[in-house]
Every structure is written in C-alpha cells, then in structure tokens.
Write a protein that binds this ligand. Structure first.
Ligand SMILES: Nc1ncnc2c1ncn2[C@@H]1O[C@H](COP(=O)(O)OP(=O)(O)OP(=O)(O)O)[C@@H](O)[C@H]1O
Ligand SMILES: [Mg+2]
Length: 604
C-alpha cells in the first residue's frame, strides 16, 4: 500500500488551490457568501456549548427556582445560535447547489475546449485517451458536487474542531493533544486507503470500459440488429458479467479493508476520549470544577471527537476528489500534439508529397512508403488502388490529422507544418469515407459544415438538389427542419445511400478551394452513381479536387490519376494513358467490368 507522502500532500494542496480557482470563476459573490456561512456554521457548536455552560453555571448559583432576567437572556442567546444553525443550513445548501451547477458547467466546458485544442487523430486513438475520456464522462457529472460539498464541510469541520480544541486547553493543555493523537492513526489510515481505492479505480478503468462496450453492443441500434441475427446476446451478457465480477471483487475488497480499519481505529479514538473524561472527573474535587464545566467538558469531548472523525472522513473524500481533479487538470492541460505553424493562406492551389513515409502510431508497417506526387491548379485528381493501399491515409496527411515520419507535405510550396492549422482547414471541404450521421435536423446536417454564418436556405436547397435529395426532402412535413435519425423525437431514418447523399450535400455546402472526396458514391444506387459522376465536374468546378474511388471507369475526364500499391505510386496519368498500359490500372478496370458482367449474370 502506498503511504501518503509529502509529494502527495503537496499535490493535494496544489490541486485544492487550483480547484478553488475554479470555484472563484464559477461565482465570486456566491463563494464569499458560502465561506461566510461555513465559518458561522463551524462556530455554532462551540457557541451553543458555551451558552449551555453559562446557563448551567447560572442555575447552579441561583438561590431559588425562579428564573432571573439574566438567565432568560442566556437561554434566548442559546436559542439564537440554534436558530442561526437552522437558518444557515438551507441557505448554504441553496448556494452550494447553484455553485455546483456552475462548477459542473465550467468543468465540462473546459473539457470540451480541450477537445477543440486537440488537433490530430493519433491522440484520439490512444487507449490512454479513451481511459481518460471514460473517467471524465463517468465522473465529471458528480465529482464537482463532491468537491464543493466536501471542501465546505471540511472547512466547517476544521473550524469546529479548532474551536473545540482551543476550548479544551483551559482544562489541561495535554487534553487536546491526547485527543488528536488517539484519532490521528485513523486519519492516516483513511487517507492511505482512499488513495489506494482511487488508484485501483483508475487501474480498473480499462476493464470497466470493456464491460460497458459489451453492454453497448446490446443497446446500440446497429449492433443490436446483428446481435439478434447472430444471437450473441447471452455471450455478450456473460462477458459483461465476467468483467463486472472482476471489478467488483477488487472494489469490494477495498471497501472491506476500509470498514475494518475504521472500526479498529474508532476503538482507539473512543479509548482516548474516555481517558480524557476520566481525568477531568478525577479533578472534580481537587480543582473545584463547576457542574457546568464538567457538562461542558463532556460535550466538548463528544463534539470534538465526532467533528474530528467527520473532518477526517470529509478530508479523505476531499482527497479522493482531488485525485480525480488532478486527472481532470492533466486532461484539460493537454497540449496539442501537432506543433502549429503561423502561415495563413488565402486558398489552396497545390499539394505536393515529397518522399513521404508514414507509419500509423503503434504500427511497424508503413502505410505510405517514400511517396511523391504533385497536384496543382483547379484540376481534378483521383487516387485509386486496392483496399489498404494507403488512399485514405494520403487524405489524412493532406488534412494534417497526422504528420509523416519522413519526407514532407507541401501546400502552395510551404511545408504543411508551417501553416496555421485551423486557418488551413477552413479552405478544405471533405466527404469522408466513414462520414458522420448527425442525429440533427436536415438543415443542421448540411449547414454544420459552415457554422461561421447563419444557414442559407437557398444554398442548402442547392446542395440537396446537387446530391439528389431535394425531392425526397420536399416530401417531409417539416421540410429541411425534419429531424433525422431515430435518437430524438419525430426523427425519421434514412437509407444508407441517402445518408451518404446528406454527407455529400454537407461537403458541397461548404465554400472551399480544396475538395476531397473519399469513396463518395460507395453506397449509392446505379442511377444515383451515374448522376453523381455526370455532375462531378460541376461539384469540383473552380477548385483543386482529390477523389478516392474504386469506380475507375468513371475517371475518363479526370485530369490525373494516381494508382497506389502498398503505399507508393505505381502508375500515374490520364485514364486514356493508363488504359493503354497493361498495368495495375487496366487490371482494376477489367476487374470492374468483370464485376458488372458477373453481377449481370448473378443467377448463374
Ligand atoms: N488509424 C490507423 N491505425 C493503424 N493502422 C491504420 C489506421 N488506418 C489505416 N491503417 C492501416 O493503414 C493501411 C492503409 O489504410 P487506408 O485506410 O489508407 O487504406 P485505403 O487505401 O483507404 O483502403 P480502402 O480502399 O479499404 O478504403 C491499412 O493497412 C490499414 O490497416
Ligand atoms: Mg479508404
């Protein structure tokens, strides 16, 4: 088991201070008010105890049973402190609630801002990133609540304990010391266990991510369908149960350890306070202590031990929250993986790969090998090749989702790494091979590609016409305000090909000087494909365009085609030139025509 070291205490204080800054940003006035209330709440027990003592002592010296005016005033003071306690409690809970909401919002916004800063795809593919993301997704909704609750309850407890300890000094200066010593082992042990439990939770995170994955398979629409047909529900459930048992075993052991040691140390604490009480009772005659003082002493002892135990427990939970906040801070302090450049272009007019070699992170086989080519002017380029030959990878590098290990990518003659990334990407529009399906309205699905201005209905309609969706969308009662997908109310589902057309409309909606299309017609029917390829010169007019496709027969008018093999250019030229060579391109073309012949005779 790890001991709480100086380093971990330092970290605790550092994180606490950083968290305090977050409170401050969330609401200055509310924070100050809450602190004020907390201090009063912390002082209430000692004030009530002091009032009780004065009342008891006054009663002791009263000659008859009549209440004097002074005693009535004392009782009213006692009642006042009680009332203050009752009034402040709901008020401080109210402020805590508001502050918590604001804190949750600001913590989540900071996490989203981090996602905005992340500028590459490698980060998103690290399993460490998924673990962190999972931890944040699960915990960010409630950890800030704990942060506020335990911070203020810790401050309140601290004030109560301190005031009680100070009040015990007049009895004997060693009494608070003895009390603290008897309760201290419990504090140390609790902090240790809390740290260990947190580390175990982080360690278990990959397991719990896998466990959730198995449950998602039955909860997600696409996998649900396969689960029904392939009948793997029981298999998925048993996997889920198995992983749960592994996680549960460990966390249940953590809980058991905590309970056993808490009970053990409680006994030491109780023995310490009883010893103190015994000593005071023994002093009753010798030191002529009043009955009020004896009563007060027992109250002090009980309140201070209880407050100290609560303080330790709150402190341990606050420590646990700080361990989470430390993970949170390291997530939001993440630096972008790609070094940003400074050059801003007005448009993109050329792309050059010079001896580019690229390995995906964590792989030892190059996806691109010593690759060189140039694309320039407002021309149409195509990249073709077998599955896995590196076509999408080239597009990933053009978008600067990754940097190559060797060679250079040049844009308008500048190294891509010298360009300001966000500004560079504003010149690109892209239809991805695995395009997104947004569960939003049709209008948002299209205009989301340019949120720099209000959606332009005319432009949306033009994009819909160009992608062949206009007639379909005109049948919707809500027109382009129709909700797409089934996740939200009144949503309608589209077919696979229709979703691809929505993605095409989205990429057409965006103004750009570089238009990239990765397998743009892969889900379309034959007629839609024919229309798409007929319109392609319209889509790519006045811009540099790069298309990746398996439909080589449609590339008759393309300005230049690059044929890729194992991450290198094997052939290049126009369709007519390439078909004359008896090479890879002709092979792909023949295979395509064979495919149409075989599908024409599919019954045989
Ligand atoms: N994110 C990734 N991490 C690791 N390897 C990857 C990743 N993406 C692709 N690869 C590998 O890189 C190689 C090239 O992939 P790429 O996606 O560029 O192929 P492609 O030519 O677009 O194929 P397809 O025609 O199937 O779309 C493949 O061997 C693939 O397994
Ligand atoms: Mg691909």
């Amino acid at each position: 088991m790890k001991k709480p070291t100086f380093k971990s205490t330092k970290l605790f204080l550092k994180v606490l201070l950083k968290s305090f800054k977050l409170f401050f940003i969330a609401g200055k006035a509310q924070l100050i008010l809450l602190l004020f209330f907390t201090i009063i709440q912390g002082l209430v027990p000692i004030m009530i105890a002091q009032s009780t003592r004065t009342i008891l002592d006054s009663l002791n010296i009263l000659k008859d049973s009549s209440l004097t005016f002074a005693v009535v005033i004392l009782v009213i003071t006692w009642g006042f402190w009680n009332l203050i306690n009752f009034i402040i409690n709901p008020l401080s809970l109210h402020i805590q609630g508001n502050l918590t909401d604001k804190l949750i919002l600001s913590c989540n916004l900071k996490a989203l801002e981090t996602m905005r800063r992340i500028n590459d795809l490698s980060t998103m593919e690290e399993s460490r990133f998924f673990d962190e993301q999972q931890l944040l997704e699960q915990e960010l909704a409630w950890r800030p609540v704990n942060l506020i609750v335990f911070t203020f309850s810790f401050i309140r407890g601290f004030i109560t304990v301190l005031s009680m300890m100070v009040s015990l000094i007049p009895f004997h200066p060693l009494i608070p010391v003895l009390l603290l010593l008897s309760l201290m082992p419990q504090a140390v042990q609790l902090y240790r266990l809390q740290q260990e439990a947190f580390e175990n939770m982080v360690e278990r995170n990959p397991l719990s991510r896998k466990m959730q994955y198995w449950s998602h398979l039955l909860l997600e629409r696409t996998t649900f369908r396969e689960a029904k047909i392939f009948g793997y529900e029981s298999y998925a459930i048993s996997k889920y149960q198995n992983l749960f048992s592994q996680i549960y075993e460990k966390s249940s052991a953590d809980r058991k350890k905590k309970t056993v040691s808490t009970l053990m140390f409680f006994i030491i604490g109780a023995a310490g306070s009883t010893a103190c009480f015994l000593w005071v009772i023994s002093q009753f005659r010798t030191n002529n202590l009043s009955i009020g003082s004896i009563g007060l002493f027992s109250t002090y002892i009980i309140i201070s031990s209880q407050s100290f135990i609560t303080l330790i427990q709150d402190g341990a939970l606050l420590y646990d929250t700080c361990l989470f906040m430390d993970k949170y801070f390291s997530f939001i302090d993440r630096k972008p993986a790609l070094k940003n450049g400074t050059i801003k272009l007005k448009s993109i007019s050329s792309i050059e790969f010079r001896n580019v070699t690229f390995y995906y992170p964590g792989t030892d086989h190059p996806a691109l090998k010593n690759l060189s080519f140039k694309m320039e002017g407002k021309k149409q380029y195509a990249i073709v090749g077998e599955n896995g030959s590196g076509k999408t990878t080239i597009l990933n590098l053009i978008c600067r989702f990754y940097d190559p290990q060797e060679g250079q990518v040049l844009i308008n003659g500048y190294p891509l790494s010298s360009l300001e990334i966000n500004s560079y990407r504003t010149h690109i529009s892209m239809l991805f091979q695995d395009y997104a399906r947004y569960e939003l309205t049709a209008k948002e699905n299209i205009s989301i590609s340019d949120t720099s201005k209000e959606p332009v209905v005319q432009k949306i309609n033009d994009s819909l016409k160009n992608s062949g969706l206009y007639n379909k969308f005109s049948t919707f009662a809500d027109g382009i305000d129709q909700q797409l997908g089934k996740k939200f109310e009144n949503g309608t589902e589209l077919s696979g090909g229709e979703w691809q057309k929505v993605a095409l409309a989205r990429s057409l909606y965006r103004d750009c000087s570089l238009f990239i299309l990765d397998e743009p017609s892969s889900s379309m029917d034959a007629i839609s494909q024919a229309v798409f390829w007929k319109n392609i010169s319209e889509y790519t007019k006045n811009k540099l365009s790069v298309m990746v496709t398996h439909k080589v027969s449609s590339l008759k008018n393309t300005d230049c085609i690059f044929v890729l093999k194992n991450g290198s250019v094997a052939e290049q030229g126009k369709h007519s030139q390439l078909t004359e060579q008896n090479g890879l391109y002709s092979g792909l073309l023949t295979a395509e025509s064979m495919e149409s012949v075989t599908s024409d005779h599919a019954d045989f």
